[in-house]
Design a protein around this ligand. Sequence first.
Ligand code: KG4
Ligand code: ZN
Length: 342
Amino acid sequence: MLILGIETSCDETGLALFDDKEGLIGDVIHSQIDLHAAYGGVVPELASRDHIRKIVPLTQKLLADAKRDLSDVNAVAYTAGPGLLGALMVGAGFGRSLAWSLGVPGIEVHHMEAHLLAPLLDPKFNIRFPFIALLVSGGHTLLVKAHQIGHYEVIGESVDDAAGEAFDKTAKLLALGYPGGPAIANAALAGQPGRFRFPRPMVDRPGLDFSFSGLKTAALTTINQHRDDHSEIDSQTISDIAYAFEEAVVDTLTIKCRRAIEQHDVDQLILAGGVAANKRLRGELAEQLSAEVIYPPISLCTDNGAMIAYAGWHQWQRGNTAPLGVRVRARWPLDTLTVDAS
Ligand code: KG4
Ligand code: ZN
């Protein structure tokens, strides 16, 4: 069974081939970072247009590199949400039409389920249900209890900005460029511990929800305090703010993960989504949690086609194939995927 996976929900055009016997046999990605960098964030219309330009040549490259032909493909899986509507329409429109033309099933994939299942692609991890997943990306911050494949309970989420969004917005304030996560992490390497301390939002109340929007305000207040009338802020202060910001986000995520593990009595935590690339977060979780912390390689943490092909295979095994027609959803709660809670 060979599945073509297509990801176009945001600013990466990712395609991959997953074979249920051989595993991942091809993976191509085009990142739009350079396209959006000038604007300090993703411009949805530019994203859609670029997906249109890249999707056919990338499909051809994927098949040529893997020495396969379109006629070898047994199903086409594509991200159907959540994400940017126009961007999703490109991958879903292309994927559904291709499946129809080949006479094979089309499969609608939930982007966050794909992030959550990505570590299962690597056979070296011995993942056991139930586990807790921390899904942290530019659009989402979710704590999920995965009871089994297809049955996910959202136990905590951000009430405002997503963790990645907070990184991106704070990096913009600090003029560190886009995407903000790697830029802040890099600047923080030169930061002095303890010069600034930002709040750890919502840790002193019960529950597993997050709030990150106040942190960018804390960063802005600090920037304004250290800027003379018209002068620029010095680079050491920028690094120190980046350090304090990253420390506050990482601490907050770690505290909530520890709480989730204690409350739900699981022994594995899976870390996924773009922010999972953050080395400090990986380090703190590994050090502070009693549970085993599992994260996929960085290429599988950020958006990619491999996780879509793989999640598509699981959907197909559950008998979930797409009707004829293109459906995409900007919002799509992960717990509505539940197929069998028994
Ligand atoms: O999952 P992803 O690739 O795309 C979305 O679905 O959003 O995540 C992108 C997010 C961006 O907000 C980016 O700033 C953040 O992940 N990110 C990081 C790091 N690398 C990427 N955040 C913190 N530290 C990093 N090293
Ligand atoms: Zn993502």
